[in-house]
Write a protein that binds this ligand. Sequence first.
Ligand SMILES: C[S@@+](CC[C@H](N)C(=O)[O-])C[C@H]1O[C@@H](n2cnc3c(N)ncnc32)[C@H](O)[C@@H]1O
Length: 223
Amino acid sequence: MFDRIARRYDLLNRLLSAGTDVRWRRACVDLLELGPPARVLDVATGTADLLVEALRRDANHRGVGVDLSEQMLRRGAAKLRRRRLDTRARLAAGDAEALPLPSASFDVATIGFGIRNVGNPLAALAEIRRVLRPGGRLAVLEFSQPPGWRGAIYRRYFQDVLPRIGGLVSGDAGAYAYLPASVARFPAPEDFASLMQRAGFTAVRWRLLTGGIACLHHGERPA
Ligand SMILES: C[S@@+](CC[C@H](N)C(=O)[O-])C[C@H]1O[C@@H](n2cnc3c(N)ncnc32)[C@H](O)[C@@H]1O
């Protein structure tokens, strides 16, 4: 599915969130308070937007992005070249549940709008914990479901309007119908925090972004 929508993925992100996704990714990287030089892993990197956001903060940061989708990675690689970040970053095909990376090799990890798509999120979290060094930190950015009457208005947009625009622009109606359905199935923030703890993370905390449209979780691999 992600191979099919890769061509219009970035455009649709900007369009459907009215540019807010850029601010969310900034908040995600801010949360990690990267001290230079940091070794950054971005899981389910897609077109590498989170990796770019992390690497542009300091010329000494280095990073790896992992994703299952060849077409998303192809676009991510082109983006890294355009931003002259390709000397400090590497993209690799791989599954979040079995990362093709050595243990304890990263200072920080991110996963943005990715964990919801993974077959076994607990296995993916455990893998991310494995490749982080002791004391290393993880930031998880994911959609959430805003509460209250504002949430009801937003759900209207998310379930009815967004799939139509997404389907028209991407040419793949199924992919943009999948988006609200997968968000509805995803655990509430407190339940996802418990899952992170089960995967062995400590210092687990979370906060809602933009009234609860998105949520940012933090966790640490114990020293
Ligand atoms: C919605 S995109 C998010 C991309 C990017 N992180 C961003 O912030 O825009 C979800 C990505 O997760 C990837 N993905 C889904 N399941 C995966 C898995 N098991 N392992 C690695 N990547 C996966 C998809 O290929 C897709 O590129």
